[in-house]
Design a protein around this ligand. Structure first.
Ligand code: ZN
Length: 75
């Protein structure tokens, strides 16, 4: 179930709620109870795209270099 974010037009409080899409018109402000609310843009898709470009096994780090790149040939 997606999380929707709203802001109350009466008391200006913003709040998030779990709600089915067809139930969005039943959402009321948890503070003052009014249904004079407006829906804010969803922020549910906050997945970080940042990942380490090096993930082990390579010669990219100095630590690995000692046992990988700098290894003497033949043993
Ligand atoms: Zn309110």
């Amino acid at each position: 179930m997606p999380i929707y974010e709203f802001q109350c037009k009466e008391c200006s409080r913003d709040f998030k709620t779990l709600r089915r899409a067809e139930k969005l018109n039943e959402v009321t402000c948890p503070t003052c109870g009014t249904d004079h609310i407006m829906r804010l843009l969803s922020v549910t898709a906050q997945v970080s795209a940042e990942q380490p470009s090096f993930q082990g096994g390579g010669c990219g780090t100095a630590r690995d270099a000692a046992s990988c790149c700098m290894r003497a040939p033949g043993g």
